[in-house]
Design a protein around this ligand. Structure first.
Ligand SMILES: [Zn+2]
Length: 115
């Protein structure tokens, strides 16, 4: 069975907001947190040590760019980057803005946002 993320990348899903050389950035349409993004490598990678230095460098650039955008667009005071990749083994990073006036912060917000 093919992985869910690889399947998604084969379709023209509207959630995709940015496509770089090695990575895709897409919206998380099922979360209540506005601005929630997911960064995923284009190729199927399950372990960090499988990434090339170029792939790591581009991932860093995307995180920097997203943080700037999310602070501007959603008045985010903090931008959380969380990666677990347990249920879906294809590596992916959850990028979750925390607005200045958010009642939830830290793990409670992340838990609420991801579920
Ligand atoms: Zn995959």
């Amino acid at each position: 069975m093919k992985c869910a993320i690889c399947n998604l990348h084969e379709t023209n899903i509207p959630e995709i907001v940015d496509v770089a050389k090695f990575w895709v950035v897409r919206l998380n349409p099922s979360s209540s947190v506005q601005g929630y993004r997911i960064i995923e490598p284009k190729r199927h990678v399950e372990n960090w040590n499988e990434l090339s230095n170029d792939e790591f460098a581009e991932m860093g650039d995307l995180i920097k760019k997203l943080e700037i955008n999310l602070k501007e667009m959603y008045n985010a005071e903090r931008v959380y980057v969380v990666t677990i990749s347990e249920q879906v083994r294809h590596l992916h990073l959850h990028v979750i803005p925390r607005a200045e006036d958010s009642a939830l912060k830290g793990l409670p917000l992340i838990n609420n946002a991801i579920l």
